[in-house]
Ligand binder design. Structure first.
Ligand code: MN
Length: 325
């Protein structure tokens, strides 16, 4: 079982109640804008490994795509108005040129890789703005779109819908929040601090030291979640950590050795931090108005047929009618 598979198989349980989300959406449709940004790659993996598949008439596996589209309709039915979905059209990105160990599509289930194209077509047919990433990653598009939306005074909150720890770096107090739909947990700044021990701005530095096996970089030897959190809670960024052992004004177990490792491998730490830093210059949309859901396109009928899912049509049409009235 590969890293990816193992990461998602643990999370097969169904969504619990939606209370937390309802509370956020209670501001009403004419009130300030709430933007939902969905990690389509995560959703596809979650559905692929968390539920039975479905082979369509043409002999293609379509179960995960169908489930993700149904999940998007649920989100819209819950009251989401402005929605964008980011996907990894290809797994490889600019980060593979920076570091040879960075994750590739190698070893990933071909059945899931084959569903990205149909997923993107389905999302667009559903009327959801979709960022299919080639040069960048879905994470970058989520971060870039979140920054764009947060800069708009009409926007009250941006919910980045993914449990991925990379996105914790985007959280800003009361405004850009990370939302784990499956756990029904919303992460504000204090929740990021509680979970990681550092502020959102230190998350790339923290990942640089600790590493991220799922993304394919190791971090520095000896540095773990706790030691990195203790040091970065005090010094915030790698450059601000005193280089000589004995200069730290905090006590960390094995501190002298960790300081030595940091001096010896500082360039690597900076490279890993770069890999963990989300790019904000990804083209997404011109403004948040483009994210407003305005009903499905005429392609949805064909998509629903391919997916053996006539419910996609009836639900999308009913929702479109409800929004128009
Ligand atoms: Mn990620």
């Amino acid at each position: 079982m590969g890293v990816w598979e193992c990461r998602f198989r643990r999370r097969g349980t169904p969504d619990p109640g939606r209370g937390v989300h309802r509370d956020v959406l209670n501001v009403g449709h004419d009130g300030p804008v709430i933007v939902h940004l969905i990690d389509g790659t995560y959703e596809l993996f979650r559905q692929h490994f968390g539920r039975p598949g479905h082979i369509n008439a043409a002999g293609h596996e379509v179960g995960a795509v169908r489930a993700v589209l149904r999940g998007m309709l649920s989100l819209l039915e819950e009251g989401a108005t402005h929605v964008g979905v980011a996907t990894d059209h290809v797994v490889e990105s600019f980060r593979n040129e920076l570091y040879t160990g960075y994750k590739t599509g190698e070893g990933m289930d071909p059945e899931i890789l084959a569903q990205f194209g149909p997923l993107e077509d389905g999302l667009r047919a559903l009327g959801c703005v979709t960022f299919a990433m080639v040069e960048y990653e879905a994470d970058d598009a989520l971060a870039a779109a979140a920054a764009l939306a947060a800069a708009d005074p009409r926007v009250d909150k941006v919910l980045i819908c993914t449990p991925d720890k990379d996105l914790a770096q985007c959280v800003t107090a009361g405004r850009v929040l990370q939302f784990d739909r499956r756990q029904q947990k919303i992460f504000d700044v204090e929740d990021v601090v509680e979970k990681f021990g550092v502020l959102p701005e230190s998350i790339p530095d923290w990942l640089g030291l600790v590493g991220d096996t799922a993304d394919g970089f190791p971090g520095l030897p000896g540095w773990g979640a706790k030691s990195a959190a203790a040091v970065l809670a005090r010094y915030v960024h790698l450059e601000q950590i005193p280089h000589a052992p004995g200069q730290w004004d905090i006590t960390v177990r094995g501190g002298a050795k960790l300081a030595r490792t940091l001096i010896d491998q500082f360039e690597e730490a900076l490279l890993f931090r770069t890999l963990a830093t989300l790019a904000l210059d990804v083209p997404t949309v011109g403004n948040v108005d483009e994210l407003r859901w305005a009903g499905p396109t005429t392609d949805l009928a064909a998509v629903a047929k391919t997916l053996d899912a006539p419910d996609l049509m009836t639900r999308a049409k009913a929702l479109e009618a409800a929004r128009a009235s």
